[in-house]
Design a protein around this ligand. Structure first.
Ligand SMILES: Nc1ncnc2c1ncn2[C@@H]1O[C@H](COP(=O)(O)OP(=O)(O)OP(=O)(O)O)[C@@H](O)[C@H]1O
Length: 988
C-alpha cells in the first residue's frame, strides 16, 4: 500500500517527502501539498447463511489482489465492464485485519504524522460496511496507541467526537440529548459541526468506551436485507495532536494536528428489495439521496472536471459537506467498498464498483498540518495561569510581596495565639495561686480547730493516718499512765509535727509556682539577650557605615562595642559567681522557713542585678572614653545615680519599694539618671562622687557639651593657630558628634528595652511577693495578701469596671502631665479596655507614670541644688515635648499617605478645622490627645492616631505585644544577661 500511495502521490514515502516552505503564516507552516489519489479497495463478503439458503449464487470472482471479475459472460454491448481493478481487492475469505493492514493502515497512521485521514466504507445495504469498519477502527486504535507508546519523544493528545447523519439531521453520538447540530462554515477549518462534543481521551480503554457509546447511540433498524441495518451515516473522528516533549518553557515548537475519520455510511438500498415502508422508506430515501450526492461529488472530482472554478456539490448534502476535506481536499482517504457477491445484488454491486472506479480517480491534496499550535500555546498559557492561580491560593514566601505579607500576617497570628496561650497559662497559675492561698487559709483554720480539740481530747484512732500521729497515738496510750506532764509533752510534739507538715506542703507548692515563674523569667532573659544582640549588630552596622568618616569615630564605636562585650561578661560572671551564693542563702529561707526577710533579700538581689545592668549601661553612655575624647571637656560633669534614685528601703513593704525603686523608663526611653545631661560623665566619677558635686556651674553649657572649647582646652587653643587644623578639627567634631548622637540613640533604645524588662521583672516580683504572702499565710504570722481586695477577682464586675475607669483616667492624666508619646497612649488606650486580665498592666502603667511624675518633685527635694534639678526637669520635659512634637509632625505627614482627601476632609470637619485654612493636617495632629478629661476627645484621638499611624487595627493586637511580652523565646540560647533563675535562689 505504501508503494501504491507513493505512486499515486508521486512522492517518496508517506511523509518523508514533506518539506517545509516559507515561514510562519498565521501560526501554521505551509507544507508542500501531497497530490494523492484516494486509495480504493473492494471487499467481497461471503454469502450469508440466509442467502445460501435462498440458493443465491456468487457472481464475482476475485481474479487477483487488484481485480474483481464478473463470473458470467456478458452481452457484447453491455455497459458494465466484466472486471474492475482497484488498489486492492479482498475476497470473501479475507479477514478484516488484512483488510485493515493492506487497505487502511497507512492512511490511518498518516494522521499521526499530521495528515488528515479518512477511511470510508461504502456499499449497498448488508454488504458488510459496519462489519468491516468495526474491525478497521479497532485495529487503527491499537496501532495509534502502539505508535504513541513507541514515540516517546513526542507528547500526544487524543480527542474523539462522534456524529451521525440521520435523515439529513446531524446528531451528536456522544451527547445524544444535544438535539440536531448545525453545520457552520469556518474560513480556516471549513465545515464545522457546531457544539459537537469532543472528548479528550484519557487512555485506550477510555477510547474504546467512547467508540462503543457511538455505536450504541447510532440509529439501527431492521430491514428485509439486514436485521441490524444502519439507518444513518456515522462518522467517528479522532483528533490527534502531538508535540515534542521536553521543550523548554517559552521556546517555540511545532505541533502536528490531524483528524482521522472513520466513516461508516448507510447502505444504498432499493425499496423494492428492502420492502421498506413508513420510516424505513423515509430513511432509505435520505440515505440514497445523500449517497447520490456523494457519488456526484466523486464523479465531478474524478472526471477531470475538478478545477478551481468547477462546482463540486459538496453542499448538496450534509455528508459531503462534512467530508469535504476528505474528498479532494487536504486529506488522505481510503475507501473500502463492500459488496455482496450474491446474484440478487448484482445491480447494486455494479453501482458500487462504478462508484469505486470513479473514486479511484479522485485526487486529494494532503499535507502535513505542521502548526505552531495556538491550542498548544493556549494550553501552555492555561497551565501557567492554573499554576499561578494555585500559587496565589497557596502563597510562597518568595512569590511576591503580597504573599510575603500574608505569610507575615499568618506568623503574627500564630505568635499572637501563642502569646494568648501563655497568658492563659499565667492566668491559670494565678488562679492556682489563689486556690493555694484559700487552701492554706482553710488549713490554718482547720489547724486551729484541731489544736483546740486536741487540747481537751485524746485523738481518736484512725482520725489521723499520719505516721507521726500514729506514733503519737501509741505513745499516748502508753503515756496515759504518766499523767498530765507527759500529755503536755506529747501535745507539743504533735503541734510541731503538724506545723512541719504544713510548712513542707506549702514549700512544695511554692517551688512549683516558682518553677513556672522561672520559665517566664527565661523568656524575659531571652528578650534581654535579643536586645543586646540587636544593639551589637546595629553598632556593627553603624561602624561599617561610618568607616569612611574618620578613624577616631570608628575607634570610638569599637571601644563602645568592647564595653558592651565587657558588660556582657560582667553580667555573666555576676550570674555565675555572686548571685547564686547570695540567692541560695536568701531563697533557702523562703523555701524552708518562709522567712519573709530572706525572701526580701532574694528579691533585692534580683533588683541589684538589674541595677547593675542599668548602671553598666549608664557607664557605657556616660563614661565612654570615646565621648571623653571627643568632647575634650576638662571638667566632666559629675552626678551620682544615688542622687536621683531612692535607696532600697529596709522596710517590710517590699512591693512598694520595688516599684518605687525600679528605674522606670520615660516615654522617650529616658531613665532617671539624668542621662540627657550627663552623657559625657565617666563612670568612675559617677560611682565615687558625692551628690554635691553636681552643680550648675560645672555642668557643660550647651555650646560646650560634646564640642570643643578653644578657651578651656589648651590643646585646641594651640591648634587654633593653624587654619588647616581648625578645619580638620571642625570636621572631626561634626563627624564625631554625629557619631555619638547615633550611638546614643542606639543606647537609648537599649535602655528602653531594659526598662521594658523592668516591667516584666515587676510582674515577676509581684508574683513572688504573692508567693511570699502565701508563705506568710502558712505561718499565720502575717496578714492575708493585702492586694487581693484590689484584684478584679476580689471585686464584683461593676466594682472592677469602676476601678478600671478610675485607673484609666488617672493614667490618661499622667500621660498628659508627663508628655507621654501619643502613639504609646493610643496603643495602651485601645488595648486595655477593662478586661480583668488588664489589671496588672494598668497597675504597672500607673506605677510607672506615678514614679515619673513623683520623680520630678523628689529630685527637687533631694537635690543639693534645686535649681539644677529644676533645670533638669525642664530639660526632661523639653525632651519629651520635642519627642511629642516629632510624633505630631509624623502624624500629619502620614495623614497624606494613610487617608484619602475625602477622609481627611471628613476628619477636619469633625475636629472643627476649617477646610479653607492652611496646614490642616498639622492642626489636627496638634489637636489630638490634648484633653485628658474629655472621654469623647480621648476616644476620637485614639481612633485618629491608630488610623493614621497604623500601629495596629484596634482590637487586633495582642496585649502581650504591648510592653509586657510573654512571648516564648525564638532562640533556645540560654539567657545570661540578667538575674539568676529563681530556682537557684531556692537551691532547687
Ligand atoms: N466479511 C464478512 N464476513 C462474514 N460476515 C460478514 C462479512 N461482512 C458482513 N458480514 C455479515 O453480513 C451482515 C451484514 O453486515 P453489515 O451490517 O455490516 O452490513 P452493512 O453494510 O453495514 O449494512 P447496512 O448498510 O444495512 O447497515 C452481518 O450479519 C455481518 O455479520
Amino acid at each position: 500500500m505504501a508503494a501504491s500511495l507513493a505512486r499515486a502521490a508521486g512522492v517518496g514515502g508517506t511523509d518523508g517527502g514533506t518539506t517545509v516552505e516559507g515561514g510562519l503564516s498565521g501560526g501554521k507552516i505551509k507544507a508542500k501539498d501531497r497530490e494523492e489519489k484516494l486509495y480504493v479497495t473492494v471487499r467481497v463478503r461471503p454469502l450469508s447463511s440466509k442467502e445460501v439458503a435462498q440458493g443465491e449464487t456468487v457472481d464475482w470472482d476475485c481474479t487477483n489482489e487488484h481485480t474483481i471479475s464478473f463470473k458470467h459472460s456478458q452481452p457484447e454491448r453491455s455497459p458494465y465492464p466484466s472486471s474492475y481493478t482497484f488498489d486492492r481487492v479482498f475476497g470473501p475469505d479475507c479477514p478484516t485485519k488484512q483488510v485493515y493492514n493492506e487497505g487502511a493502515k497507512q492512511v490511518a497512521l498518516s494522521a499521526l504524522t499530521g495528515i488528515n485521514s479518512t477511511i470510508f466504507a461504502y456499499g449497498q445495504t448488508s454488504s458488510g460496511k459496519t462489519y468491516t469498519m468495526r474491525g478497521i477502527v479497532e485495529s487503527a486504535v491499537i496501532d495509534v496507541y502502539n505508535h504513541i507508546q513507541k514515540t516517546q519523544e513526542r507528547e500526544f493528545v487524543l480527542k474523539i467526537s462522534g456524529l451521525e447523519i440521520y435523515n439529513e439531521v446531524v446528531k451528536d453520538l456522544l451527547n445524544p440529548d444535544s438535539g440536531p447540530l448545525r453545520l457552520l462554515d469556518d474560513p480556516d477549518r471549513g465545515t464545522v459541526v457546531e457544539k459537537l462534543k469532543e472528548e479528550i481521551v484519557r487512555d485506550y480503554d477510555h477510547l474504546q468506551q467512547m467508540i462503543r457509546i457511538c455505536e450504541v447511540q447510532r440509529q439501527v433498524g431492521e430491514t428485509m436485507l439486514n436485521d441490524t441495518s444502519s439507518r444513518s451515516h456515522q462518522i467517528i473522528r479522532l483528533t490527534l495532536e502531538s508535540y515534542p516533549r521536553g521543550v523548554p518553557d517559552g521556546s517555540p515548537f511545532k505541533s502536528l494536528i490531524a483528524s482521522l475519520n472513520f466513516v461508516d455510511l448507510a447502505g444504498s438500498e432499493r425499496a423494492s428489495q428492502t420492502l421498506a415502508e413508513g420510516s424505513r422508506l423515509k430513511e432509505g430515501c435520505h440515505i440514497n439521496r445523500s449517497l447520490l450526492t456523494l457519488s456526484s461529488v466523486i464523479r465531478k472530482l474524478s472526471g477531470g472536471s475538478k478545477s478551481k472554478s468547477g462546482h463540486i456539490p459538496y453542499r448538496d448534502s450534509k455528508l459531503t459537506r462534512i467530508l469535504q476535506h476528505s474528498l479532494g481536499g487536504n486529506a488522505r482517504t481510503a475507501i473500502i467498498c463492500t459488496m455482496c457477491p450474491a446474484h440478487s445484488h448484482v445491480e447494486q454491486t455494479r453501482n458500487t464498483l462504478a462508484f469505486a472506479t470513479r473514486a479511484k480517480e479522485v485526487t486529494n491534496s494532503a499535507h502535513v498540518n505542521l502548526v505552531i499550535s495556538d491550542k498548544v500555546l493556549v494550553k501552555q498559557l492555561q497551565k501557567e495561569v492554573a499554576r499561578l492561580e494555585a500559587e496565589l491560593r497557596v502563597p510562597e514566601a518568595s512569590f511576591c510581596s503580597e504573599a510575603l505579607l500574608q505569610e507575615k500576617e499568618l506568623l503574627i497570628q500564630k505568635m499572637q495565639s501563642e502569646m494568648k496561650e501563655l497568658v492563659m497559662q499565667r492566668d491559670l497559675a494565678q488562679v492556682r495561686l489563689n486556690e493555694l492561698v484559700k487552701k492554706m487559709e482553710a488549713d490554718d483554720q482547720a489547724k486551729q480547730l484541731d489544736q483546740g480539740q486536741s487540747a481537751s481530747h485524746l485523738p481518736s484512732p484512725g482520725l489521723d493516718i499520719d505516721h507521726d500521729t500514729v506514733l503519737y497515738e501509741d505513745e499516748v496510750v502508753e503515756g496515759a499512765a504518766f499523767g498530765a506532764i507527759a500529755r503536755e509533752q506529747q501535745l507539743d510534739r504533735r503541734n510541731r509535727s503538724m506545723r512541719l507538715r504544713q510548712s513542707t506542703s506549702a514549700s512544695l507548692m511554692l517551688v512549683q509556682e516558682i518553677r513556672k515563674l522561672e520559665l517566664l523569667q527565661d523568656e524575659v532573659g531571652e528578650d534581654a539577650n535579643r536586645a543586646l544582640e540587636a544593639l551589637q549588630k546595629e553598632i556593627e552596622c553603624l561602624r561599617l557605615a561610618q568607616a569612611g568618616m574618620n578613624k577616631d569615630a570608628a575607634a570610638t564605636i569599637g571601644k563602645l562595642q568592647a564595653e558592651i562585650h565587657e558588660l556582657h561578661h560582667q553580667t555573666m560572671s555576676a550570674d555565675k559567681k555572686d548571685m547564686p551564693d547570695r540567692g541560695l542563702t536568701s531563697l533557702q529561707a523562703l523555701g524552708d522557713n518562709n522567712d519573709k526577710s530572706k525572701a526580701d533579700a532574694a528579691i533585692a538581689t534580683l533588683e541589684e542585678q538589674l541595677e547593675s545592668v542599668q548602671m553598666s549601661l549608664d557607664r557605657m553612655v556616660l563614661g565612654s572614653p570615646a565621648s571623653k575624647a571627643l568632647t575634650e571637656t576638662p571638667s566632666p560633669v559629675k552626678v551620682s545615680t544615688t542622687s536621683v534614685r531612692k535607696k532600697p528601703p529596709s522596710s517590710s513593704s517590699t512591693r512598694q519599694r520595688l516599684f518605687a525603686d525600679s528605674p522606670p523608663c520615660s516615654p522617650n526611653g529616658r531613665t532617671s539618671s539624668g542621662f540627657e545631661h550627663n552623657q559625657n560623665t565617666p563612670p568612675q566619677i559617677v560611682e565615687n562622687s558625692s551628690p554635691c558635686v553636681y552643680s550648675k556651674s560645672k555642668r557643660p553649657t550647651p555650646g560646650r557639651t560634646g564640642g570643643v572649647s578653644s578657651k578651656e582646652s589648651p590643646t585646641v587653643h594651640r591648634r587654633s593657630n593653624s587654619v588647616d587644623i581648625r578645619k580638620m578639627q571642625k570636621m572631626f567634631k561634626t563627624a564625631a558628634e554625629e557619631n555619638i548622637k547615633s550611638i546614643r540613640a542606639y543606647v537609648t533604645e537599649l535602655k528602653e528595652r531594659v526598662a521594658k524588662l523592668q516591667y516584666q521583672k515587676q510582674l515577676l516580683v509581684c508574683q513572688v511577693l504573692e508567693l511570699e504572702a502565701n508563705g506568710n499565710a502558712c505561718d499565720g504570722t502575717e496578714d492575708a495578701i493585702k492586694e487581693d481586695n484590689h484584684t478584679p477577682s476580689a471585686q464584683s464586675p461593676s466594682a472592677w469596671q469602676a476601678s478600671f475607669e478610675k485607673q484609666r483616667m488617672q493614667i490618661i492624666e499622667l500621660w498628659d502631665m508627663c508628655q507621654v508619646s501619643i502613639i504609646h497612649r493610643t496603643q495602651f488606650y485601645l488595648l486595655f479596655k477593662g478586661d480583668p486580665a488588664d489589671a496588672i498592666y494598668m497597675e504597672v502603667e500607673l506605677r510607672r507614670l506615678t514614679w515619673l511624675k513623683e520623680h520630678t518633685s523628689e529630685t527637687d527635694l533631694q537635690s543639693p541644688s534645686p535649681a539644677v534639678f529644676q533645670d533638669e526637669n525642664v530639660a526632661f520635659l523639653s525632651t519629651s515635648c520635642r519627642g511629642l512634637k516629632r510624633e505630631r509632625e509624623l502624624l500629619a505627614k502620614r495623614m497624606r499617605i494613610r487617608l484619602t482627601p475625602e477622609e481627611r476632609d471628613e476628619l477636619f470637619s469633625k475636629w472643627g478645622i476649617p477646610l479653607d485654612t492652611k496646614q490642616r493636617k498639622l492642626q489636627l495632629a496638634y489637636k489630638v490627645w490634648t484633653d485628658p478629661h474629655d472621654r469623647d476627645h480621648i476616644q476620637a484621638s485614639a481612633d485618629v492616631v491608630a488610623r493614621v499611624v497604623g500601629v495596629w487595627e484596634p482590637g487586633s493586637a495582642s496585649k502581650e505585644m504591648f510592653e509586657l511580652n510573654f512571648a516564648p523565646p525564638n532562640s533556645q540560647k540560654p539567657w545570661h544577661f540578667g538575674w539568676n533563675p529563681l530556682s537557684s535562689f531556692l537551691n532547687l
